[in-house]
Ligand binder design. Structure first.
Ligand SMILES: C[S@@+](CC[C@H](N)C(=O)[O-])C[C@H]1O[C@@H](n2cnc3c(N)ncnc32)[C@H](O)[C@@H]1O
Length: 260
C-alpha cells in the first residue's frame, strides 16, 4: 500500500520544505545546485517548459523509469536528486494511487519544485540568455507529491519501506555512489527496485578511474548483492540549450536493480 506518511519529524523546516540534514552555511555556499539564477533556472527550462521545445526533452527518461517500475498500482516511490520535480510528478501522474517523494540536497531546487507542482504557482524564469525570453509556466496542484531535503546517502525513510528508488543524472555527482546504493538497499522492501539513469560524466578524475568502463560498476553492484534486471547502454538523450537549437547529446547508461 502506498504510504503517504513515511517521513519522520524533520530536523527543521524552511519554506515548507522539511530538512533531514542540518545543512550548514558552508554546505550551502559549496553547493552549485543552490545557485538559483544558474542551475535552478536551467533545470526549470529543461523540465518545466515543454512548450519551448515542442515536447518534454527528457521524455525518454520518464518512459524508461515508468517501464521498469515493479508491478502494482499503489506504489511507494522516491525520486532521489529530483531537482525541480518533473520525474516525481510523472510517476504520480502515471500512478495516481502512489505515494511519491522527491528528495534532493538543494533547497532552491526543492522550493521551485514545490511552488510549481504542489502550490500551483506560475513560474516566470528569466531565459533571455538562451533566447527564450521569460515564459509563463503555470503550475499544478499535485498535493500528494512530497518534497524533502536529504542526502541520497542518508534517506529519511524506514528500512524496507519503498517499492522503488529512482534517480536520474545523479550518481556521477556523488562522491561515493556505492554508499548511496547501500542506502537504497536499506530503504527498499525485498522485491523493490532501483532504477538509475546516468551519463556517467564524473566530476573527479578518481571516479573515472574507478567506474569507467561501466562494467566496473556492474560488477560492484552485483558484488553488493543486487540482481540486475536491465542494463541499457547507451540510452541517448538530447538536452536543448537555446532557441537556436544548440544541444548536448548525452550517452547515458540506464539500469534496473532488484533488491532480493
Ligand atoms: C544534474 S542534477 C539532475 C536533476 C534531475 N534528476 C535530472 O535528471 O535532470 C543533480 C541533482 O542532484 C542533486 N544532488 C546532488 N548531490 C546530491 C546528494 N548527495 N543527495 C541528494 N541530491 C543530490 C542536486 O541538488 C541536483 O538537483
Amino acid at each position: 500500500m502506498a504510504n503517504l506518511q513515511l517521513l519522520p519529524e524533520p530536523l527543521s523546516v524552511r519554506g515548507e520544505i522539511p530538512f533531514y540534514h542540518a545543512k550548514s552555511a558552508e554546505e550551502f555556499r559549496a553547493d552549485v545546485y543552490e545557485r538559483y539564477d544558474e542551475l535552478v533556472t536551467r533545470q526549470t527550462a529543461l523540465h518545466l517548459a515543454d512548450e519551448l521545445h515542442g515536447a518534454y526533452p527528457l521524455q525518454a527518461v520518464a518512459d524508461y523509469v515508468l517501464g521498469q517500475l515493479p508491478p502494482g498500482e499503489d506504489l511507494t516511490l522516491a525520486d532521489v536528486g529530483c531537482s525541480v520535480g518533473r520525474l516525481a510528478a510523472e510517476l504520480l501522474r502515471a500512478h495516481p494511487g502512489a505515494a511519491v517523494y522527491g528528495i534532493d540536497f538543494s533547497y532552491q531546487m526543492l522550493r521551485q519544485a514545490r511552488a510549481y507542482w504542489v502550490q500551483g504557482e506560475t513560474l516566470r524564469p528569466n531565459l533571455f540568455r538562451y533566447g527564450y525570453g521569460s515564459p509563463q509556466l503555470p503550475g499544478h496542484h499535485l498535493t500528494r507529491l512530497q518534497f524533502a531535503l536529504a542526502r541520497a546517502e542518508a534517506l529519511p525513510f524506514p528500512d524496507h519501506s519503498l517499492d522503488a528508488v529512482v534517480n536520474s543524472f545523479l550518481i556521477d555527482r556523488l562522491p561515493n555512489p556505492l554508499a548511496a546504493f547501500a542506502e537504497w538497499m536499506r530503504v527498499l522492501r525485498p522485491g523493490g527496485r532501483v532504477i538509475t539513469l546516468s551519463p556517467l560524466n564524473f566530476l573527479r578524475p578518481e571516479a573515472w578511474r574507478e567506474w569507467h568502463p561501466p562494467v566496473k560498476l556492474l560488477h560492484a553492484l552485483q558484488a553488493a548483492g543486487w540482481e540486475v534486471l536491465d542494463w541499457t547502454d547507451p540510452l541517448w538523450l538530447t538536452e536543448p540549450m537555446d532557441v537556436r537549437g544548440n544541444a548536448i547529446q548525452w550517452s547515458t547508461l540506464a539500469f534496473t536493480l532488484l533488491r532480493r
